[in-house]
Design a protein around this ligand. Structure first.
Ligand SMILES: NC(=O)c1ccc[n+]([C@@H]2O[C@H](COP(=O)([O-])OP(=O)(O)OC[C@H]3O[C@@H](n4cnc5c(N)ncnc54)[C@H](O)[C@@H]3O)[C@@H](O)[C@H]2O)c1
Length: 282
């Protein structure tokens, strides 16, 4: 399968990021949203991303319009009738995604592959709803997509080897590196990061050390580029709490139980950088 154009459904934070990344690498994109306003916002986001990339000398200024021109906008998935590789990056809600997959099944060519950008839902369940389970896979992009190198490829129980190969080659075509995960809650990245952050919060809660010292300890002692509490502030404390609650619910293992201090901070609206206060002030 030689993919030169992809469909992306959902043009929020991740969908716009995937569109920018794909277009920068020369792939054609059809970006589908529910409203014109959201599509316009996505184009602005892509333009802002490109300007930053131009500033970093990763993109030539003369290529800006060419790259934007590779992103075709649409308000209906009917625009995807000839597309062989579709990535859904719609709202993280199982019903929204299963509805979309069953509709895409009736619109896209029979061999088309559907990838989901979900960070927490079961790929196996989404695949079943699509009615073409062997052709469904997870592509867990990291935020911000144009900057982060990794795409976690997630194989559902019925995902075919050819689908894994196609997803890997699309990710590589976008300049990304991949790892292959089986479909278990949190895949690899969130499953490891969420309890690490939780343990750092417990260390603060139990008075083992200050926030600054916990972060310094991991940066200098474990070579992490950023301390776990700084990372929590960057990701958003609400997002960290959601991840832990999902892992706790799905594994039923108390090791994922969120630290009471994290719960209190979220209740107080201390969500990290986005609210100006988390474990640090901004
Ligand atoms: N934000 C992150 O840090 C992050 C990281 C990795 C993965 N993800 C995953 O990426 C996906 C998207 O997350 P996001 O943060 O970009 O969300 P978002 O809320 O920013 O964007 C979702 C977009 O989907 C659109 N949408 C909803 N239903 C639609 C439909 N039927 N057709 C077309 N568009 C539709 C919404 O209008 C919205 O613009 C989720 O599955 C999420 O778990 C997010």
């Amino acid at each position: 399968m030689n993919i030169t154009k992809i469909g992306i459904v959902g043009a929020g934070v991740i969908g716009a990021g995937i569109a920018e990344t794909a277009a920068r690498q020369g792939l054609g994109v059809i970006l589908v949203e529910t409203t014109k306003v959201q599509l316009e916002k996505a184009v602005e986001t892509i333009r802002r991303g490109l300007k930053k990339a131009i500033g970093r000398k990763e993109v030539a200024e003369k290529d800006e319009d060419l790259i934007i021109g590779r992103v075709q906008l649409a308000l209906d998935i009917q625009a995807l009738t000839k597309i062989d590789f579709v990535i859904e990056a719609v709202t993280e809600d199982e019903r929204t995604k299963t509805d979309l997959f069953s509709k895409l099944h009736t619109v896209c060519p029979a061999p088309a592959i559907f990838a989901s950008a979900t960070s927490s839902l079961s790929i196996t369940k989404l695949a079943k709803a699509s009615k073409r389970a062997p052709q469904v896979i997870g592509m867990h992009f990291m935020n911000p997509v144009p900057v982060m190198k990794l795409v976690e490829i997630v194989r559902g129980v019925q995902t075919a080897p050819e689908t894994i190969q196609a997803a890997k080659s699309v990710a590589e075509r976008m300049g990304k590196e991949t790892v292959l995960a089986h479909d278990f809650p949190g895949f690899m990245v969130n499953r490891v990061i969420a309890p690490m952050i939780n343990e750092a919060i417990y260390s603060l809660y139990e008075g083992v050390g200050s926030a600054q010292d916990i972060d310094r300890a991991l940066k200098l002692g474990a070579n992490h580029p950023m301390g776990p509490l700084q990372l929590a502030d960057l990701l958003g404390l609400d997002a960290v709490l959601n991840s832990l609650e999902m892992l706790h619910r799905q594994f039923g293992n108390p090791k994922f139980s969120p630290c009471p201090l994290l719960v209190k901070y979220v209740e107080a609206g201390f969500l990290g950088r986005k609210t100006g206060k988390g474990f640090y002030e901004y």
